[in-house]
Design a protein around this ligand. Structure first.
Ligand code: ADP
Ligand code: GN1
Ligand code: MG
Length: 357
């Protein structure tokens, strides 16, 4: 058990006892806790298996949040609500190392995150992620360290899957042949954004790269978006990654680990709501190729996430947090079911995009 009272002293925070710190949120990567003090704080044990260079990771987040705070202030907003605020240690550092573990502390933002957002929330989330991208449009990308190299390099993700099937380290491949066969059959999609980046039709921008809707905080009363959080993967990327990943999660009829696949499909009204919000912010800066690929990006990012879950299952669940032994397999099947459904809806999605450009 972590001695949070002792830990927080290093951040200049006094708490009465360890009982006032509780696990919080549904993230798959870091260990998140909240204090029930006034004011509240978010404490995170950084996943150093994923983020090995946590020093440069935290430097990224410090640079991005300071930049955003200035932008927000210039526009008359409140940085304490609209972006993350790092609480520095008493030594002025962005994190504290306790043995092998690395902790950071943020101000708690009084908002809620959703795992199954409705259309009203998705309209707001679309605006929020579009605005986030605009706010960072003049951020100097060369200052950013690539916290996870090749994060959305779908060709490499595909290669990792093939390697995991071949190694079959846990002896799990034979039992999931149908899932593997379907996943491999989608190889035709993996280069579509990479090719656009290579030929210049898709510009690299500073993007969020992990736009799962529970990485947005909403005002519980008004349902307006307060802030975009989880800034671990802010790096150069494509607008299509942010759009596709948000809808992978947001347009689904069910949670990411729903096992009754008959109720898992892509909802076009949800797709439309997010698209309306997102394009209201970025339609003037988007290139024709970006606009054209918006629907396919949803398929691509859903597929990428599906094969990441599948690869992790085959490799013995070393990356994503799981809550039971087949969790990654269930997540993978859920995402691959969505891929099959999205394939049938691409034309309808293109018609929706046309309404908002
Ligand atoms: P992970 O990388 O594991 O997904 P996140 O940074 O997304 O971790 O945090 C997990 C959850 O904790 C978020 O989905 C959100 O609900 C909550 N959370 C994180 N930071 C804050 C914050 N500063 N204020 C309020 N809630 C937060
Ligand atoms: C992880 O960190 P979290 O839970 O917001 C993952 C995303 C996946 C997502 C799937 C750094 O997001 O890439 O799409 O799980 N983040 C990282 O739910 O790998
Ligand atoms: Mg998160």
């Amino acid at each position: 058990m972590v001695d949070f009272k002792a830990l927080l002293k290093n951040f200049g925070i006094e708490i009465c006892c360890n009982d006032c710190v509780h696990p919080y949120g549904d993230g798959h990567i870091n260990d998140t806790y909240i204090t029930d003090t006034d004011p509240k704080y978010i404490i995170q044990k950084i996943n150093t298996n994923v983020f090995k260079d946590y020093d440069r990771l935290m430097n990224n987040i410090a640079l991005v949040t300071e930049f955003l705070a200035n932008k927000i202030r210039e526009n008359g907003g409140d940085p304490a609500v609209e972006t993350l605020t790092i609480i520095k240690t008493v030594d002025g550092k962005n994190y504290y190392k306790l043995g092998d573990d690395v902790y950071r502390v943020y101000d708690f933002i009084n908002g809620v995150s959703y795992n199954l957002p409705n259309t009203q929330l998705l309209l707001e989330a679309g605006k929020a992620f579009g605005k986030f991208q605009n706010q960072l449009a003049d951020f100097d990308a060369s200052l950013l360290f690539e916290s996870i190299p090749n994060f959305h390099h779908t060709r490499k993700r595909f290669g990792n899957l093939v390697a995991a099937i071949e190694a079959d380290k846990m002896g799990r491949a034979a039992d999931i042949k149908a899932d593997i066969d379907f996943a491999l059959s989608c190889e035709k999609y993996v280069d579509v954004v990479l090719d656009g980046i290579a030929d210049g039709s898709i510009p690299l921008r500073v993007t969020h790269n992990d736009t799962k809707i529970n990485n947005v905080l909403f005002d519980a009363n008004t349902n307006k978006c307060l802030s975009v959080i989880d800034l671990d993967t802010v790096m150069p990327g494509s607008m299509l990654y942010d759009f596709g990943d948000a809808l992978r999660f947001g347009a689904s009829s069910a949670k990411e680990d729903e096992t009754d696949l008959s109720i898992v499909y892509c909802q076009l009204d949800k797709f439309e709501a997010f698209t309306e919000g997102f394009l209201s912010q970025v339609k003037d800066s988007a290139t024709p190729r970006e606009i054209e690929l918006l629907p396919l990006s949803v398929l691509l990012l859903t597929y990428e996430c599906g094969i990441r879950f599948l690869t992790d299952y085959l490799e013995g669940d070393t990356y994503f947090k799981i809550h039971y032994p087949q969790h990654n397999l269930d997540r993978a099947r859920n995402q691959l079911k969505l891929v099959a459904d999205i394939e049938t809806k691409l034309d309808a999605m293109s018609e929706i995009v046309k309404k908002y450009v």
